[in-house]
Design a protein around this ligand. Structure first.
Ligand code: SF4
Length: 446
């Protein structure tokens, strides 16, 4: 049994893993364990791994191999690997990287705590050690997924969908607010499915209502919405609730009917078009983020052209695109992986280039506008922040000069004076014109 030692916890993958790590850290800190940034200072290393697609798996394996070397050199005494890669491949990993003391899967908090000789403290559930900048936090509202998407390994890793009880989520959000969090970013495998398992109906809108009543919370962002069965009562909340950012992340993956059918996405291209139009008609200034996959087994030139035309027509505000990763045990695995990697990457590049131009044009329209910006970072006389239309780490940022009077985690009216495809440049609203001009010039690299 390990007692009172320093721990280096490395979290890989998505914000859901960030939340799992934060919950674990709160439990262990309460038992006098200390978390350190640097593995050289710690006796114990924990790697919260990701096992989603090839590139993420490779990153996890490289991180584990590095820690295994430190263990062999005696620089760390214990190495624990938890999370998705471990859940999915522990048998293989035990053989391949035996230096790891224990492999633990997903949702096994007590199992990890037992490795430290401590029991789960139920009274701490709903509490976390916030590892993001303290003014925003991810709020995981459910775990697992019941969707049959043919390319996706997540249901195999994270299991069936289960919603957290609404009162637990609200209690966690109140805890986060008491720690200074102003922006809640709602996450799950599928946030729009929330409540179906627990309450027999979708209650995401009701959850948003309750979260909005929490004092101190100013912004709420909705990520990982699923198109099929999208709860339309949520659209009313966007209109009525000023705390709900006019931002929606809704991964669509593709638009060609033959691909959507093969992907088992349950929505047709017509249904997808109709939903996007309904959302935009209902909230005209909403920023829509989506995620797409290129190079899916039966994606030919025709299907890819359909996708390209779709994003030109739909003009998404934010867009991510992955190359198809053939994942064993998924329904699509049996289709093989016929699209050459070079073709996948060429298609990904073409989509990103098209989106770059769309994003540039959209950002140009913001020049001259004063927007409410939350400050994420500040160093000396410069600051970086985001609008309500941008999620941390994945979307646009606003760089602000002459920012010595700005504080991290606070909101300010910022005038956008220049912009490029993914970044904007701003000044604190109502400062003198000469400064405006110098920043403008600086923005354009003159
Ligand atoms: S909704 Fe589909 S893509 Fe998303 S986690 Fe569930 S199965 Fe995977």
């Amino acid at each position: 049994m390990i007692k009172k030692r320093k721990i280096n916890l490395i979290t890989l993958g998505c914000p859901k893993n960030v939340v799992d790590s934060e919950v674990l850290m709160r439990q262990l800190e309460d038992q006098e364990y200390e978390f350190v940034e640097n593995s050289d200072e710690s006796e114990v290393a924990i790697i919260n791994s990701c096992g989603f697609i090839q590139s993420a798996k490779q990153e996890s394996i490289d991180t584990i191999l590095h820690a295994a070397r430190l263990k062999r050199e005696g620089r760390i005494k214990k190495l624990i690997v938890m999370g998705c890669l471990s859940e999915r491949y522990s048998k293989e990993l035990i053989k391949e990287i035996p230096e790891v003391d224990v492999y633990i899967g997903t949702n096994k908090l007590e199992r990890v705590l037992n490795e430290f000789g401590v029991e789960l403290k139920y009274e701490l559930l709903g509490e976390r050690k916030i590892t993001t900048p303290s003014h925003y936090a991810y709020l995981k509202i459910s775990e697992g997924c019941d969707r049959p998407c043919s390319f996706c390994s997540i249901p195999l890793i994270r299991g069936k969908h289960f919603s957290k009880p609404i009162e637990h989520i609200v209690q966690e959000a109140k805890y986060l607010s008491s720690k200074g969090v102003k922006e809640l970013i709602l996450i799950a495998q599928d946030t729009t499915y929330y409540g179906l398992d627990l309450y027999g109906k979708r209650v995401l809108a009701q959850l948003l209502d309750q979260l909005s009543e929490i004092e101190g919370i100013e912004w709420i962002k909705l990520m990982y919405a699923f198109p099929h069965g999208f709860p339309l009562d949520v659209l009313d909340r966007f209109k009525a609730n000023p705390k709900l950012c006019r931002y929606l992340d809704i991964p669509l993956q593709h638009i060609s009917d033959s691909i959507l059918t093969s992907m088992k996405r349950s929505s047709s291209s017509k249904e997808t078009f109709d939903l996007i139009r309904k959302i935009r008609d209902s909230i005209p200034d909403i920023a829509l983020r989506t995620t797409l996959i290129v190079g899916y087994p039966n994606e030919g030139e025709k299907e890819f052209e359909e996708l390209l035309t779709f994003i030109k027509e739909m003009q998404f505000d934010r867009l991510g695109v992955f190359t198809y990763s053939q994942e064993e045990d998924t329904a699509a695995y049996l289709l093989g992986d016929p699209v050459p990697q070079s073709v996948k990457e060429a298609r990904q590049k073409q989509i990103l280039e098209t989106q770059r131009e769309i994003s540039f044009q959209k950002n140009q329209q913001l020049i001259g506008k004063t927007m409410r910006i939350i400050i994420d970072q500040r160093n000396d006389n410069a600051a970086v922040g985001r609008t309500e239309y941008d999620a941390p780490e994945i979307d646009n940022e606003v760089s602000i000069e002459d920012a010595h009077q700005l504080s991290v985690g606070e909101f300010y009216p910022i005038e956008i004076v220049d912009a490029d495809a993914y970044d904007m440049f701003g000044i604190v609203s109502a400062v003198d014109p000469s400064l405006r001009e110098s920043i403008k010039n600086k923005g354009r690299g003159k």
